[in-house]
Design a protein around this ligand. Structure first.
Ligand SMILES: [Zn+2]
Length: 218
């Protein structure tokens, strides 16, 4: 009886702990904030009781031993066709995807990535500056801790389009900077914030990312 109870607790304990695969592979510009960003994910995961696998190796996408994939400041064409298929199958069958900042500067040769999963690609950016974000949707886990305006310093991307299928969460200078969408049975969340090292010391940004992570992992 006791042995059965212990086994039951072990099994339920194992099955509820979700794993996040944090990919920061680059084939182009490499942000010097990647290490700080990875550490931020360890700390967020710790708060949420999640396990992190941090990797620079996109072939890990085909192991399918994770519940959420994060593209943390990835750049360039980093996935081969098999890896693309693994990621697409994962999300469409109910997995969660989080894109941080230059996740939008990634996989230009894969239309599904930019047009459907992420929603847009990066085009250009002015120098790092302080701007005021308009939080236009505050009924989402990634934004409910924010006020209507959020002033902060970052590198502000301009994108090639307004994401078509997405719910826009925040705008800066009249264009979307964070959004979320359903993709097949899965979910995708993107934020354009996260260029600088110091951004990962802001509690408001960590809460924003944490909320996005929670939303896609439901
Ligand atoms: Zn950047």
């Amino acid at each position: 009886m006791v042995r059965g109870l212990i086994l039951f607790l072990l099994l339920t304990g194992c099955s509820t702990q979700k794993t996040i695969l944090v990919l920061s592979e680059t084939d182009g510009f490499r942000h010097d904030s990647i290490e700080t960003g990875v550490n931020a994910f360890y700390s967020i995961a710790d708060d949420l009781g999640l396990v992190v696998i941090a990797t620079e190796d996109s072939s890990r996408l085909c192991n399918k031993n994770y519940d959420v994939v994060v593209f943390l400041n990835t750049t360039g064409n980093i996935l081969n066709e098999q890896e693309q298929q693994c990621l697409r199958e994962f999300v469409e069958s109910g997995g969660g995807f989080v894109g941080i900042h230059s996740a939008a500067d990634t996989e230009y040769d894969w239309s599904w990535y930019g047009e459907t999963l992420l929603g847009a690609w990066f085009v250009s950016h002015p120098p790092v500056s302080e701007e005021t974000i308009q939080v236009i949707n505050r009924s989402h886990p990634s934004t409910e801790h924010l006020q209507g305006e959020w002033t902060c310093t970052d590198e502000w991307y301009v994108y090639d389009r307004v994401p078509e299928q997405a719910t826009i969460l925040m705008e800066v200078n009249d264009h979307p900077i964070s959004w979320c969408s359903n993709v097949g049975k899965g979910r995708s969340f993107y934020t354009g914030r996260g260029h600088t090292k110091t951004s990962y010391t802001e509690n408001a940004l960590l809460e924003h990312i944490k909320g996005g992570l929670l939303w896609v992992s439901q």
